[in-house]
Design a binder for this molecule. Structure first.
Ligand code: KG4
Ligand code: ZN
Length: 352
């Protein structure tokens, strides 16, 4: 079979992305234009400005993806884009660009589910993974524990009814007034926790609330308001050691909840006769190194038929939003000639 080359576009949140991937598992080019520092002044993603930024950046991102690959549109066999979920206005930028480009050049399109793409990324980067596997999707939009049975079949084992872990990281980072720089608020908090002071840090009591113990469900709003209260009763006045101790207590509690739920899910799989070899940890928050270490430690003794489970994370730059994952997740549909119509609409809300 001839190698199939996909141009993929992504603009569901605050990054404008274009990439070229092929069915021989090659990442031919990967362009990500970030808006982090720009949104800092608004204290979050400002919807209208995000749309404008996508509109400004998308043409250049597509040109650069082709240029970096040394290709023209003639070498592209199909165009993939993020159909949802995400902010409606943002989604329309990559959707319109992809569909118009495809219509003008008579190429097939596939609209991709953003979270499925996050979940499937490791099948590109780590070829010896096989179904079924567990996926922990932790990003600004989602906190999901999924059982992936095939390319198109995902079962949600745990999700959050309130706030995502990425959101909690972002809000706490802002409450503690940690500067983001180029990192973004979540990564800045992780970095901040690595600070060291000569003084001993105060102990943060009472312990921060964290989810519902024993239940296969996440919850991060309690943890986030726990930090908020802690700061509020001190009139926002924290000295540096207290601020650092609070940041670390938050990060430990946030990750502790993931540890607990992951073990619960492994037990659930065992009880239901599902043999798991791999746990995929992906999404923006998965780039947190403290988190990866803690999860590895938590799972080290869990075995199915005497075989240990393996914790797999895609390379950092493929954990955060990118178009490579969109192109890769579209591949099985392109190869099966299961294309979408040019008329299909975006799906801002879309169950996995
Ligand atoms: O997957 P992603 O890039 O975008 C979507 O939400 O789809 O995830 C972004 C989220 C943000 O909340 C960001 O602050 C968080 O991931 N994040 C981190 C780290 N790097 C990114 N949170 C904690 N530690 C990090 N190192
Ligand atoms: Zn994402």
């Amino acid at each position: 079979v001839r190698c199939f080359t996909v141009l993929a576009l992504e603009s569901s949140a605050d990054d404008t992305c274009a990439a070229i991937v092929n069915s021989d598992r090659e990442i031919v080019s990967n362009v990500v234009v970030k808006q982090h520092s720009f949104h800092e002044q608004f204290g979050g993603i400002h919807p209208m400005h995000a749309i404008w930024a996508h509109q400004r950046h998308m043409p250049g991102a597509v040109r650069k993806a082709l240029h970096d690959a040394g290709m023209t549109m003639n070498s592209i066999d199909g165009i993939a884009y993020t159909r949802g979920p995400g902010m409606a206005g943002c989604l329309s930028v990559c959707s319109n660009a992809a569909k118009t480009l495809a219509a003008a050049t008579s190429k097939p399109i596939v609209g991709v589910h953003h979270m499925q793409a996050h979940a499937l990324m490791p099948l590109l980067t780590t070829p010896d993974i096989s179904f079924p596997f567990l996926t922990l999707l932790i990003s600004g939009g989602h906190t999901l524990l999924l059982l992936a049975r095939s390319w198109r079949s995902f079962q949600t084992l745990a999700t959050t009814p309130d706030e995502s872990i990425g959101n909690a990281f972002d809000k706490v980072s802002k409450m503690l007034k940690i500067p983001w720089g180029k990192l973004g608020p979540g990564a800045a908090l992780e970095q901040y926790c690595l600070n060291d002071y000569d003084q001993q840090l105060p102990e943060i009591i009472p312990p921060l609330p964290s989810g519902q113990p024993g239940k296969l469900a996440f919850s991060y709003s309690g943890l986030h308001s726990g930090v908020e209260r802690y700061i509020a009763v001190r009139n926002g006045d924290l000295d540096d050691p207290t601020k650092l101790a609070l940041a670390r207590a938050f990060q430990t509690a946030a990750v502790g909840q993931l540890e607990e739920k992951l073990l619960l899910a492994l037990h659930w799989c065992r009880q239901n006769g599902v043999v798991i070899r791999d746990i995929i940890v992906s999404g923006g928050v998965a780039s947190n190194k403290f988190l990866r270490r803690r999860l590895e430690f938590a799972c080290r003794d869990f075995k199915f038929d005497d075989a240990a489970v393996r914790l797999v994370s895609p390379p950092q730059e493929l954990c955060t939003d990118n178009a490579v994952m969109i192109g890769w997740a579209s591949m099985d549909r392109f190869l099966a000639q299961d294309y979408d119509e040019y008329e299909i609409e975006t799906r801002p809300k879309w169950d996995i």
